[in-house]
Ligand binder design. Structure first.
Ligand code: DX5
Ligand code: ZN
Length: 213
């Protein structure tokens, strides 16, 4: 599956972006919420996202790059989001947060930074719907893919099998046709792509090429 990242869209004309997007082969819309604290950048907040949610006809895959993401479960739910991803690094009470997301009626995802080993998921994997592996340090679009992620995808697949988890494996950062192909071969289920899709002369076509991998 492909989840194009809104971060690389033209914010001056989101309506036009959603027009091609709604007709495209994309499966989800990936939404990066940043706070300038957990990550060194700020993207957009709920006043903007409620308008995007209104015109987007695909499931929202919300990636919370903020401290204390549990404070915003209701806001994410109000967007009608399908999935809420929280970072392992921001949640000392991760099991509780996953429960709150489920109680709100959303799928729950846990995200790992490049330096966080997949082994930390041992006791939570069976309770979540998706694991998001960062293949760049979070905060910016257009960064270079960290090759070590490929090994992490393979290790994560083994961990999911061992723990009986049905969680999907999603990868985010530096995805293009080349890295996407490698990730798919390694066992990734969902690819996030920002720059590769939105900077292409024909974004729908770029999305289609990723979908066809
Ligand atoms: C990075 C974000 C990504 C970003 C990916 O912090 O989490 O979702 O938009 O962008 P690309 O595909 O350009 O690396
Ligand atoms: Zn993201």
């Amino acid at each position: 599956m492909i989840s194009p990242s809104l971060l690389s869209a033209n914010f001056a004309n989101l309506e036009a972006e959603m027009k091609w997007f709604n007709q495209s082969s994309a499966d989800w819309l990936h939404i990066d919420v940043m706070d300038g604290v957990f990550v060194p950048n700020i993207s957009f907040g709920f006043p903007v996202l409620k308008h995007v949610a209104r015109i987007c006809q695909k499931p929202l895959d919300v990636h919370m790059m903020i401290v204390q993401p549990e404070k915003f479960v209701d806001e994410v739910k109000a967007l009608g989001a399908y999935l809420m991803n929280v970072h392992y690094e921001t949640c000392p009470h991760l099991h509780r947060v996953v429960g709150q997301i489920h109680e709100a009626g959303m799928k729950a995802g846990v995200t790992l930074n490049p330096a966080t080993p997949v082994s930390v998921l041992e006791d939570i994997a069976a309770d979540v719907d998706l694991i998001l592996l960062m293949s760049v340090n979070p905060g910016f679009g257009g960064q270079k893919f960290i090759p070590h992620t490929l090994e992490k995808v393979e290790k994560l697949r083994q961990l999911l099998n061992r723990t009986g988890s049905k969680a999907l494996i999603e990868v985010d950062g530096g995805v293009n046709l080349e890295t996407g192909r490698l990730l798919k071969a390694a066992g990734a289920d969902v690819l996030v792509a920002g720059n590769y899709i939105f900077s292409a002369p024909d974004p729908a076509k770029a999305c289609e090429a990723l979908s066809a991998l």
